[in-house]
Write a protein of this length. Structure first.
Length: 234
């Protein structure tokens, strides 16, 4: 009986260990192609943003260790998305695979046109890249069959303010319409140009003028009525 009990325990332990290994492999695989955006790091002055992606789980991780828009030739990212530059993590998101990342990097370059030979030094590059990755992840639902490299693949952050975008819904592309400081030039725009709070439509004063006119007219009517009643009973 003791031998059977021992055999049973060993079998149970084996099953548990196998389950744990399978679960660990699944978790590790799910982290593949996860990109993390960092800010600051060695000699960057805390300004530059860069992105490291974990592509170790891919069958052909050709882009593993790639730094997306580093400000220099230093190794910002190591293997499996390792943060070699020491920046502070800002956010993480999925970006499918190497081909998707390369395509989104190219689209981000186009979106931050005119900002020198290292557009990644501008904060907007990182936001554009992450927006492209998000849309690519939802591609089957929203834009099935459209190549990311095609201009038909649109997303908030592609550098074009489209008819279905507004300064509040897509400040990345449309903020310049209400805030001249956010107009894309050869220099990087302020970081608040990616926030809706910086892109509220300005009040032209027409609403206040209308309210003032209405109040004046109401006061005039009241005075006229009072005058007529006074004239009637006096």
């Amino acid at each position: 009986r003791n031998k059977m009990f021992h055999t049973f325990n060993m079998g149970a332990v084996t099953v548990l260990l196998t389950t744990f290994v399978v679960f660990f492999v699944m978790i590790s695989s799910s982290k593949a192609s996860t990109c993390t955006e960092y800010q600051g790091g060695v000699s960057s002055g805390g300004v530059h943003r860069y992105i490291c992606c974990n592509n170790c789980g891919e069958s052909n991780p050709s882009c593993d260790g790639t730094t997306f828009q580093g400000g220099s030739n230093e190794p910002y990212c190591g293997g499996c998305g390792d943060n070699s530059f020491g920046g502070t993590a800002r956010k993480s998101y999925d970006c499918n695979d190497c081909s998707t990342q390369a395509a989104c990097a190219a689209r981000a370059n186009d979106a931050v046109f005119g900002y020198g030979d290292k557009p990644g030094l501008c904060w907007k590059w990182a936001d554009s890249f992450s927006s492209c990755c998000e849309m690519a992840g939802n591609n089957k639902k929203r834009q099935a069959g459209i190549d990311i490299n095609s201009t038909s693949f649109t997303f908030c952050g592609d550098g074009i303010c489209r008819d279905d975008e507004t300064p509040s819904s897509c400040p990345l592309d449309c903020c310049y319409q209400v805030n001249s400081d956010c107009t894309i030039t050869s220099s990087c725009t302020p970081t608040c140009c990616g926030e809706s709070s910086c892109c509220l439509e300005e009040d032209d004063g027409s609403e206040g003028a209308t309210l003032h006119a209405f109040s004046f007219f109401s006061l005039f009517l009241i005075m006229l009525i009072v005058t007529l009643i006074s004239a009637t009973y006096l």
